[in-house]
Design a protein around this ligand. Structure first.
Ligand code: ADP
Ligand code: MG
Length: 627
């Protein structure tokens, strides 16, 4: 028997302390599963540094490069090497502080772990210095460099030293998607911070700063930007324990937006939960939400929601998971109750599409608690305020459906009730009357107090879609915002000319702004992967072709400035209802109500009238009545 070997054949080896490098590599195994984990840690750090604007740049799904740039407080040059040390942090220095930590980070291990499995550099400048310093994570060398105040962390060739782990990575596209998801999670928690994501040299996401940290209008804007305006349209506010009443007895505030039951999905991919601005997966919270939906959601459907829980940091332990994605509540029963109650009462608020916005804020709850949200004009998101105004103005008695509802798939899910006969005295008067029927699949005939209304349904719908696209695409300051985009479940491919393919590549940034993602699929085909949310139910290929045709007539540089509206108009034309589409009376009425609520409704985008009135007098004249 060899000295040191045991009877069972295993060799006894001396106990040794592991070298620092190896300890960090082991820690990295817990902290860094994939590029997205690095992105999350670096964005955490940027937020902790008080950044207002964060840019994330990725090459090859983050495997070749992850760079996160912020305009936060920066790091002093003499502290740069310490930042890369294990268990080095500026965020806590006692157990008491650990127990009530309010920063995203506190374990002081992320940078060390990442530096042990990648080629890192730390570039930073603090405000009273006139230049920046850059630290090379491998050599430890520090040099002067140029940069404005803030920090850039560069992580190259992730897992280069641990090829076994690299093998676990999926395709670049999948890793990229996870990285984007990581930023998205941060973005939903912090509407007061702007985020940009670049992938392989192209800007793929931009979420502008929307306002103050805790403002509802800012939050609504951010939710619409990140999750799509459809998410906002099909969800209601949750607000429990907030506003004037302050925190409830339990000291827990819960707010956010809960998706309406018909917005539920097959997968649980739109459930975002935050505890004190930290994205978490928590069984207590998800169970509470699930039970709040019990009455209204059946089967396997997954509700969509974005939920923020605010609780005294001393009552939640965030140090139970290396990536801090799990937390433990000291009194989970209180949390469960607060969340369940918050979501339940949000869902119980009466609503129809038309009065949705108004009721979300204005209605006293039937099961009202002292802390139910009250209508506070100071605190209503502008979009909601407008909608509420309109809804009240129209005295909506029946659902004014969303434009999108005119598309068959949606129209079925949310049937408006039968309209009241509006022509009797005392009834609300709809300027465009109530629909009688359709003529040749082209015109809608309606009756109002003056006589007969004839509507060109394509022209009218085109205007509605166009105005909606414009309002989504232009900020108040006149700059262009990217249109909310909706990824297609299945990319649609089509045979494309070389010119179209070249155009799609040259204009990919513009296409992105237009809410479109059109990428080469093979040498002769293009794939449409995302379309503007407002046109989600139209013909994606038709839309892609027409936009590419528009774009090929313009210089890339002038498109955004000059041709933007023209392109939106052509998109609207494609998104609008075609002739020969059969509409039900309800759908026709919905269109009429939409028309009444849309600016510049009287002409279509090409200047043709969208509707005409034939007065009774004119009709009489036609029939030589009364002569
Ligand atoms: P932790 O975030 O848990 O403190 P990290 O390893 O992520 O640990 O970071 C170590 C330290 O480096 C932080 O405590 C912070 O002082 C500093 N640091 C890291 N990133 C930034 C940044 N973007 N801006 C300013 N300081 C930073
Ligand atoms: Mg950190």
């Amino acid at each position: 028997m060899q000295p040191g070997s045991t009877g069972a054949g295993a060799t006894r080896r001396p106990i040794r302390e592991l070298p620092d490098e190896l300890i960090s590599q082991i820690a990295a195994g817990e902290v860094v599963e994939r590029p997205a984990s690095v992105v999350r840690e670096l964005v955490d750090n940027a937020l902790d540094a008080g950044a207002c604007q964060i840019s994330v740049r990725l090459l090859a799904g983050g495997v070749r490069l992850i760079s996160v740039e912020d305009d936060g407080c920066g790091i002093l040059p003499n502290e740069l090497p310490i930042a890369f040390k294990r268990h080095a942090t500026s965020k806590i220095d006692s157990l008491t502080e650990l127990e009530s930590v309010s920063t995203m980070g506190f374990r002081g291990e992320a940078l060390a772990a990442i530096n042990s499995i990648a080629d890192c550099a730390l570039l930073s400048r603090v405000c009273d210095q006139n230049h920046a310093y850059i630290l090379d994570g491998q050599s430890g060398e520090i040099k002067a460099a140029a940069r404005s105040v803030g920090t850039t962390v560069e992580v190259k060739e992730l897992f280069f030293s641990t090829p076994a782990r690299r093998k676990f990575l999926k395709t670049d596209a999948t890793e990229l998607a996870h990285c984007v998801e990581a930023v998205r999670r941060h973005a939903l928690a912090r509407p007061d911070v702007g985020f940009t994501i670049w992938a392989d040299g192209k800007q793929i996401e931009q979420w502008r700063r929307c306002g103050q940290r805790n403002s509802l209008p800012a939050l609504e804007q951010r939710l619409a930007d990140v999750l799509g305006s459809d998410f906002v349209a099909r969800s209601v506010w949750i607000d429990y324990g907030g506003n004037a009443s302050g925190r409830t007895d339990s000291g827990i505030r819960v707010w956010g937006r809960a998706g309406l039951p018909d917005a539920a999905r097959a997968r649980a991919d739109q459930q975002f939960c935050y505890v004190n601005e930290r994205f978490v997966r928590d069984k207590v919270i998800s169970h509470a939400v699930r039970s709040a939906y019990e009455d209204v959601l059946h089967g396997q459907r997954q509700p969509v929601y974005v939920l923020y829980v605010e609780i005294d940091p001393a009552r939640v332990d965030v140090n139970v998971h290396p990536t801090k994605i799990e937390v433990r509540f000291r009194d989970s029963r209180d949390v469960h109750q607060a969340v369940r109650h918050a979501v339940e009462s949000a869902l119980a608020t009466p609503r129809s599409d038309s009065v949705n916005a108004a009721t979300a804020f204005a209605t006293e709850r039937t099961n009202g608690t002292a802390d139910a949200p009250r209508y506070d004009p100071q605190n209503v998101p502008p979009v909601l305020a407008q909608k509420a105004q309109k809804a009240i103005h129209l005295e909506a008695k029946w659902s004014v459906n969303d434009v999108a509802a005119l598309w068959p798939s949606q129209a079925q899910t949310d049937k408006p009730q039968t309209p009241p006969v509006a022509l009797e005295p005392g009834q609300p008067v709809w300027p465009l009357g109530r629909a009688l029927g359709q003529l040749q699949g082209i015109y809608i005939l309606a009756e109002n107090a003056r006589g007969l209304i004839i509507v060109d349904m394509h022209a009218a719908h085109e205007r509605i879609v166009y105005e909606r696209l414009k309002s989504q695409a232009h900020s108040a300051s006149g700059s262009h915002l990217p249109l909310p985009s909706q990824p297609l479940l299945m990319a649609v491919t089509f045979a494309a000319s070389p010119l179209e393919i070249a155009c799609a590549e040259a204009h990919s940034a513009t296409l992105h702004w237009l809410g479109l993602e059109i990428t080469p699929f093979s040498a002769k085909t293009l794939a449409v992967r995302a379309v503007p949310a407002a046109l989600a139910h139209g013909d994606a290929v038709e839309l892609a072709r027409s936009v590419l045709a528009e774009l090929s007539q313009h210089e890339a540089s002038t498109v955004m400035a000059r041709a933007h509206n023209e392109i939106l108009a052509s998109m609207a034309c494609h998104g609008a209802i075609r002739a020969n589409r059969h509409l039900s009376i309800e759908e026709m009425n919905a269109l009429l109500r939409q028309m009444e609520a849309t600016e510049r409704m009287d002409q279509c985008n090409h200047g043709r009238p969208t509707w005409r009135q034939l007065s009774l007098r004119e009709l009489d004249a036609l029939f030589l009545r009364g002569r």
